[in-house]
Design a protein around this ligand. Structure first.
Ligand code: NAP
Length: 280
């Protein structure tokens, strides 16, 4: 019998930790769609072939997670503009019989700020902690939103320079020791490093040095309230956790594979928060 269901996946190595099946499973149930969203553990040696053979598979597409985002970028036949700029692919779909790759992390980050604190669109200066893959998406989101002064702060300054150089004008690179000078003029502070993750130490950023109007966001979401966000809240600053980015980045893929633009609702958020709390 022909399979009339649509199928999608998240592929990574390992992939057991991924919350994407919970998010997409919630939406499949909510919209009554006959489909599946599966976890696929793909070894690094197999990812390029997996991507090129996607059009002949049973899948409409899927998500790509660590460590395959760059390999997927290289393997697809075409990429969307965000993936080209960020240099990584987190979403795959099929067009004209070929695998196409996109990156929805920058959209997800901006959408999470829009939902939590729409005033961020007036920010003119941002300080980004970290210069890895996630920072590339965050800096792209900030540049697209017209943030004029984006300061990238990283332990390895060479990586901060490389990231700043990907974007023309408006970006600058700094070492961690520049923070005391940068924080007083910061409208939006973003942590994109794993500092503050469960089991890791916090970033010891002095939030007292930030202006009263500053917004503090952390893309780490385990725990939901990182030490940085707790310090910002205690100082009375607007703070945005990393779960919104995870939820909003999932919207575009679901829409492509299942033809429904899903809602990032309070109910979905509560479902994922319950899972995060249950797991830790
Ligand atoms: P990555 O490419 O490995 O980059 C990690 C960055 O953190 C680098 O800039 C690294 O600095 C810095 N770093 C790591 N350990 C550090 C330490 N002890 N002290 C100071 N800096 C340190 O990782 P990524 O893919 O960008 O991911 C970063 C974080 O974002 C992870 O926690 C991930 O879970 C989270 N994330 C969240 C979302 C979401 O949807 N909310 C999406 C993507 C990622 P060096 O260059 O000096 O090594």
């Amino acid at each position: 019998m022909a399979d009339t269901m649509r199928h999608a996946f998240v592929c990574g190595h390992p992939v057991a930790h991924s919350r994407s099946p919970l998010i997409h499973g919630f939406w499949l149930d909510k919209y009554g769609i006959a489909g599946s969203y599966e976890k696929l553990d793909i070894a690094p040696a197999d990812i390029a072939r997996f991507v090129t053979e996607l059009p002949a598979s049973r899948y409409a597409g899927g998500n790509v997670t660590i460590p395959h985002k760059e390999a997927a970028f290289a393997a697809v036949a075409r990429r969307d503009e965000a993936a080209e700029i960020i240099g990584a692919v987190n979403t795959l779909w099929i067009e004209d019989g070929r695998a196409v790759g996109g990156n929805t992390d920058a959209y997800g980050y901006a959408a999470s700020l829009d939902a939590a604190t729409p005033d961020w669109r007036g920010v003119t200066s941002a300080t980004v902690l970290g210069a890895g893959g996630a920072a590339r998406a965050v800096v792209h989101a900030l540049a697209q939103a017209g943030v004029a002064d984006i300061r990238i702060v990283n332990r390895t300054i060479l990586r901060a320079r490389e990231l700043a150089d990907r974007f023309r004008g408006g970006t600058s690179a700094h070492g961690w020791d520049a923070l005391p000078d940068l924080l007083p003029g910061t409208g939006l502070l973003v942590n994109t490093t794993p500092l503050g993750m469960k089991g890791a130490s916090g970033s010891d950023v002095d939030v007292a040095a930030l202006p009263d109007s500053a917004i503090v966001s952390d893309i780490v979401y385990v725990p939901l309230e990182t030490p940085l966000l707790a310090a910002a809240r205690q100082r009375g600053l607007a703070s945005v956790d990393g779960l919104g980015m995870l939820l909003h980045q999932a919207v575009a893929g679901f829409a492509r594979w299942f033809d429904v633009v899903p809602d990032v609702s309070a109910e979905l958020r509560a479902r994922i928060v319950a899972d995060l709390e249950g797991a830790h």
